[in-house]
Ligand binder design. Structure first.
Ligand code: NAD
Length: 939
């Protein structure tokens, strides 16, 4: 790439001239029409103090001023009127209808209407004799369909494509340009598919207005540019291609890190995106017979580069955002009067303005932003004139040193560990391989049995069925009998001292090998999780990654805590040390809802701390547990150190808890079972042993009137309904400030209608079944009760195809107070309580009075509000402006207070301590003949 772009190197000279020209005219000294950093922080300060009427007025006024700066008009008519008045009379526009992506069908139809009106209105102006000389429109596909996602490909092609096509046909009739805006990288594939369908549509032929937006910051940009050129030649038509740098860079970096992707889809260095822009610009300019390039930039270097590459003429154009960059283009037009400059002009009302404004402010305020530096009179033009080719060649390493690849995200932590590999579920090739493995796992029955001393014990088999299709037997399990329990206890007790004495390093290496094995077999394991626990592919992936993270994180924590005794202070002549050791035999009792992550997490934490382990998995998910124990043995854990005893909670779990040979219990499950175990342990003779219990929650989200409804709805759907609401962290009650309650509820109900309930092995499925008949019946009983004493607000529909599994329709009820729910309801039922601002103290009181304290959500754009909620509530994990689920090991250590658990938090730095016993060693060295250290002291 560097070589090809080298040609453009001399463009820097032209740029210097442009900037110097501006400076000489004195226009850089005071730029009223550009936004600076100061303005952005001013607005933020104002917004954060919303509440005082005077301040509200001031903020509204500020919004109006800022809105006028960046938004051309509230309606397309206003935009068409104001556009020429605010710009040169011959300026062309590409209008953009502001707004967040649609969450509901109603939103999508509303956006469709607004695009259709805009296209008709623009077309009716009849300006220009070609699409190039006419105003155009930019269409955001996420506004036209609530599920514009790769995984919903079938619906996108069946439902979204006809809508875009209809708009495109209108644009063709109006003789205007019609560009499909670029969005997040994981939508690139599906957008190419839609674009190709439009390009090959016979009714759209003989029209040069079909446009694509190419983001240069994407690493695939140059390949996409080639693809578009090839498509144009293949279809014998002309496309408009707007080349942009890309607007979601920060979001893309974060997303890739969270997902543990192999690498970023975007460049990490600004100069690489600039270079990619150059390369794409060259490609597009070399295909002007089929491409009409539109260079969207406010960077004078890029402008100069394009001018040098393209020369004069009307076979390309520049584009700038309304409210930005016109000084630059005024200057350009002096020397290049024939070059067209189109203005990208947002249209929308105040309601839709804020996200757009914030993005513009961030963009202009960023240190790396050309516009920001350009406006800084202290930065000399030469410093701005960085040739991306030179800059790139000057870098010792390719990528940005401060942005590690997602795998190495935690490399700078005090105890670094590797981030678990993710799978890009928007990558068609990756997904095809995954689905194949999942299908295979679903189709090939597995076994589970007591694994004692590495041997699988024989016995009577019980079938394990797929909760999504109960006629499908996933495998068989032999449950542990008294003999198996006794054998496991004997062997585990005998083996523990040796395992403890082996030292933490050898144990930690076993955990790391386990992490590697889990990653190597992740697709098969995901298939098993899907089939046995009814988890969706997404859930199975996050579960797998959590198990892997547990292994690597606890290995590191173990090394740090257990390897070397801690030296303590004391009088001279005495050595004092504190060391950590395994307690003995730990019983690990886990639930079915995280059949791999919690199971593995408990077991490896106990093991690395020097304990031997007897694991008792949930009755519903023994197959995954057996697979995990087999992998641990393969990873090098001695067969007498870890044992598996599948079976009934009371019979097997109860027998283990009662046995005096066990030295600790780690339990995750319901509060009721935890209390039972606690009582059992208390009644035993012999030593008092620790119980680590992670239990249920009555998890609440507080949403104030400043929250962004779209984000609230996304996070509520994920938190309350994904995983069929069967996560301990799942949202149970949303407190909604009454001022926005109706609109949020309407949007939520609409978004629920778009959810896909069904076979968890299908990528498109959002919500699978609940775990078993008992779980469904419990939910049905709660549903009955709610129908009597609450108001049903929304409910997903079940269809006949759901009859073969334990499906339960997600639903939402409005209740009056939290005390209507005395305990956790484990499934996809959300409760909503409206609150008034003055009731806020009572809300906080009620949350604490529930006695639960697992997770809590806050949605607000006021920092002070979120801080107040955090400080006033007794809850283990608080999440602000995001969903409540998916805690990440080492990042969001997880666990509750009160009725929700004993702590310490799983995946946190204090967890292993609870599995350990402490010993001190005090050695009076003087007794061996005197205090030589003291005698040898130097002056
Ligand atoms: P559960 O309490 O019914 O069962 C959990 C485990 O305990 C199972 O292995 C079961 O066989 C065993 N068990 C049952 N009775 C026992 C007894 N008398 N003695 C010993 N063991 C016994 O819970 P579940 O239905 O499997 O799981 C769902 C619950 O788990 C929910 O309440 C959820 O909130 C909670 N959970 C909490 C967390 C957390 O981290 N806080 C995580 C996941 C699940």
């Amino acid at each position: 790439m560097a070589c090809e772009a080298q040609k453009a190197k001399s463009s820097a000279r032209l740029y210097t001239a442009t900037v110097s020209g501006l400076m000489q005219t004195g226009r850089l000294v005071r730029l009223d029409d550009e936004i600076t950093d100061d303005t952005s922080s001013w607005i933020q300060r104002l917004v954060s103090t919303l509440g005082e009427p005077v301040v509200r007025q001031a903020v509204l006024q500020a919004m109006r001023i800022m809105g006028g700066q960046y938004v051309l008009g509230r309606t397309i008519d206003e935009g068409l009127k104001k556009g020429p008045a605010l710009n040169r009379a011959d300026t062309h526009f590409s209008f953009d209808m502001l707004g967040e992506g649609a969450r509901t069908e109603a939103d999508a139809l509303r956006y469709f209407e607004s695009y259709a009106t805009a296209i008709r209105t623009i077309g009716a102006t009849g300006e220009g004799d070609s699409v190039k000389a006419a105003d155009g429109i930019s269409v955001k596909l996420s506004a036209l369909h609530p599920r514009y996602e790769f995984r919903q490909k079938r619906r996108v092609l069946a439902e979204l494509l006809p809508r875009v096509r209809e708009l495109a046909l209108m644009a063709k009739r109006g003789g205007i340009g019609f560009s499909i805006d670029a969005e997040e990288c994981d939508r690139l594939d599906i957008s190419l598919e839609l674009f190709e369908a439009l390009a090959r549509d016979a009714e759209l032929a003989n029209w040069d207005g079909l446009g694509f937006v190419l983001q240069a910051y994407q690493k695939r940009a140059h390949l996409v540019s080639e693809w578009i050129i090839a498509l144009a030649r293949d279809t014998g038509r002309q496309f408009m291609v707007r080349l942009v740098k890309g607007a979601y860079w920060d979001g893309e970096i974060k997303y890739a890190q969270e997902q543990g992707l192999a690498d970023y889809p975007v460049f990490t260095r600004k100069c690489h995106s600039d270079l990619s822009y150059q390369l794409c610009a060259e490609r597009l300019l070399s295909a002007q017979d089929v491409i009409y390039p539109q260079f969207a930039t406010h960077n004078a270097h890029t402008v100069a580069l394009v001018l040098e590459l393209a020369g004069e003429g009307d076979s390309f154009e520049f584009q700038r955002l309304h409210g930005m960059g016109h000084l630059l283009y005024d200057e350009v037009s002096v020397d290049h009067p024939k070059v067209g400059v189109r203005v990208y002009a947002p249209i929308g009302n105040h309601k839709d303005l804020l996200p757009y404004l914030v993005r513009r402010l961030l963009e202009n305020g960023a240190n790396s932003s050309f516009v920001n530096r350009f406006l800084d009179a202290k930065v000399p033009p030469q410093e701005l004139v960085h040739d991306p080719v030179e800059e790139t060649l000057a870098q010792p390493a390719g990528r940005h040193p401060m942005i590690p690849v997602p795998r190495e995200l935690y490399r700078d932590a005090a105890l670094p560990w590797l981030n678990a590999w993710g799978i890009d579920l928007a990558d068609p090739i990756e997904v095809a391989g995954l689905l194949e493995k999942i299908e295979l796992a679903t189709a090939s029955p597995r076994g589970a049995a007591p694994i004692v001393g590495g041997e699988w014990l024989a016995g009577e088999k019980r079938a394990v069925v797929n909760p999504a299709a109960t006629e499908n037997v996933v495998g068989h399990v032999v449950e542990a009998d008294a003999q198996a329990i006794e054998q496991a206890l004997q062997r585990a007790s005998a083996a523990q001292p040796g395992w403890d004495a082996l030292g933490v390093e050898r144990r930690a290496v076993c955990l790391e090998r386990m992490a590697d094995l889990l990653e190597q077999q992740r697709k098969e394991l995901m298939g098993l999780i899907v089939a046995e626990a009814g988890r969706t592919i997404d859930d199975a992936l996050s579960e797998l990654r959590e198990a892997v993270d547990c292994c690597r994180y606890y290995a590191q924590q173990g090394r740090a805590g257990f390897a070397t005794p801690q030296r303590l202070p004391g009088p001279t002549g005495e050595i004092n040390e504190l060391s950590l050791h395994g307690r003995g035999v730990f019983v690990c009792i886990s639930p079915w809802n995280f059949p791999l992550a919690i199971f593995v997490g408990q077991v490896v934490a106990a093991l690395v701390s020097g304990n031997s382990v007897i694991a008792k998995p949930a009755e519903q998910t023994p197959l995954i547990a057996a697979r995990a124990i087999s992998l641990l043995l393969e990873a090098g854990v001695p067969p007498d150190v870890v044992h598996l005893l599948p079976g009934d909670g009371v019979k097997v779990g109860g027998a283990l808890v009662n046995d005096l040979r066990i030295s600790g219990v780690v339990f995750t499950g319901s509060t009721a079972t935890a209390k039972l175990i606690n009582r059992q342990l208390a009644e035993r003779e012999g030593p008092i042993v620790p119980l680590i219990a992670e239990t249920g929650g009555l998890n609440v989200m507080l949403v104030d009137a400043t929250a962004l409804p779209e984000q609230v709805v996304d996070d509520v759907i994920t938190s309350a309904f994904h995983s069929a609401g069967q996560r301990c962290s799942a949202l149970r009650v949303m407190y909604l400030q009454e001022d926005i309650a109706d609109s949020v509820i309407t949007m939520l109900a609409g978004a629920m209608r778009e959810l896909e309930l069904g076979n968890p092995a299908a990528l498109a499925t959002d919500i699978g079944p609940v775990i078993d008949l008992a779980a469904r019946q419990m939910l049905e009983r709660h549903e009955q009760r709610m129908r009597q004493e609450a108001t049903l607000l929304a409910r997903c529909e079940l269809e006949s195809r759901h009859a073969g599994g334990f499906f339960f329709a997600p639903q939402v009820y409005e209740i009056n107070r939290l005390s209507q729910l005395p305990s956790e309801v484990f499934g996809p039922i959300l409760h909503i309580i409206r609150y008034k601002v003055q009731d806020f103290p009572q809300v906080l009181h009620d949350i604490n009075a529930s006695g639960y304290g697992l997770t809590l959500g806050v949605h607000s754009r006021i920092d002070g509000f979120a801080r107040e909620v955090f400080n006033a509530t007794r809850v283990g994990n608080t999440y602000i402006n995001r969903n409540l689920v998916g805690a990440v090991v080492g990042v969001n250590p997880f666990g509750g207070q009160g009725l929700s658990g004993t702590g310490p938090k799983a995946g946190g730095p204090h967890y292993l301590l609870r599995f350990a016993t402490e010993k001190t060693r005090t050695d009076n060295v003087v007794a061996r003949g005197g205090n030589t250290q003291l005698f040898n002291l130097q002056e």
